[in-house]
Design a protein around this ligand. Structure first.
Ligand SMILES: CC(C)(COP(=O)(O)OP(=O)(O)OC[C@H]1O[C@@H](n2cnc3c(N)ncnc32)[C@H](O)[C@@H]1OP(=O)(O)O)[C@@H](O)C(=O)NCCC(=O)NCCS
Length: 182
C-alpha cells in the first residue's frame, strides 16, 4: 500500500494535523489523564507514559507519513488548537484498504470528537488513488468504538479472532467496513 494523505484535515469542531515534536508534553499529559479509559483497550497504554515512551511514538510519527507507514494525526480542537487525542490511517489490512484508528482525551469524551475524526479520515482515505475500502477494527466489547463505526454508517462485515493484548478485550474483533464516503 502506497498512500499519501493530506497533512491536515479540517472539520467543524476538530482539525487533524501531522504531529510535531513540540507536541510531546501535550501527548504525555493527555495519555496520563486518560490512562484508565485507554488501559482496557490499548496495548500501548498499560503503564503511565514517560518521556521515552511518548518520543518512541512521536518521533516516527513526525518522520514517516504514509507510503507503507501509518499516517498518525494529532486531534486538535478547531476553536483553540488544544490537543485532545490521536487518530490515524494504517496500511496494515492489505491492498486497496486503510484502517482508521482513534483515541480521545478522557475529558473530551462523548462530544463527537472520535466520530468527526473518523469521518474526516475515512473520506480523505476514499479519495486517495488505489483506496477502495476503509475499515475500523474494534473489540466486540468496546461499545463506544463500535458506536463510532455504526454512527458513521460502516457495516459490520465479520467478527474475527484477534490477539488478546489489552485487559478488557474478548479476543474477538469486529471488522466494520465502508466503501462509500460517510
Ligand atoms: C472510543 C472513543 C475513541 C470514543 O471517543 P468519543 O470522542 O467519546 O466518541 P464520540 O463522542 O464520537 O461518540 C461515539 C459514540 O460512542 C458513544 N459513546 C461514547 N462513550 C461511550 C460510553 N462510555 N459508553 C457508551 N457509549 C459511548 C456515543 O454515545 C456515540 O454514540 P452515538 O453516536 O450512537 O450516540 C473513546 O471512548 C476512547 O478514547 N476510548 C479508549 C480508546 C479506544 O477504545 N479506542 C478505540 C480502539 S478500537
Amino acid at each position: 500500500m502506497d498512500f499519501h494523505p493530506p497533512d491536515e484535515l479540517r472539520g467543524a469542531s476538530v482539525i487533524l494535523r501531522r504531529y510535531r515534536l513540540t507536541d510531546a508534553a501535550a501527548v504525555k499529559d493527555a495519555i496520563a489523564v486518560s490512562l484508565e479509559s485507554l488501559k482496557p483497550w490499548m496495548p500501548w497504554a498499560q503503564s503511565a507514559p514517560t518521556d521515552v515512551s511518548v518520543m518512541s511514538f512521536l518521533e516516527p510519527s513526525v518522520r514517516l507519513w504514509g507510503g507503507d507507514a501509518p499516517a498518525n494525526y494529532a486531534i486538535t480542537l478547531a476553536d483553540c488548537g488544544r490537543y485532545v487525542g490521536g487518530c490515524g490511517l494504517m496500511p496494515r489490512i492489505g491492498p486497496g484498504a486503510l484502517e482508521v484508528g482513534y483515541w480521545v482525551h478522557a475529558a473530551y469524551h462523548r462530544r463527537g470528537v472520535a466520530t468527526e475524526s473518523a469521518r474526516l479520515l475515512t473520506n480523505a482515505a476514499l479519495v486517495l488513488p488505489g483506496v477502495q475500502r476503509v475499515e475500523i477494527h474494534c473489540d466486540e466489547r468496546n461499545i463506544p468504538s463500535a458506536s463510532v463505526a455504526r454512527t458513521l454508517g460502516f457495516r459490520l462485515d465479520r467478527v474475527v479472532q484477534d490477539v488478546l493484548d489489552a485487559p478488557y478485550k474478548t479476543g474477538r474483533s469486529m471488522i466494520w467496513i465502508t466503501e462509500q464516503p460517510v
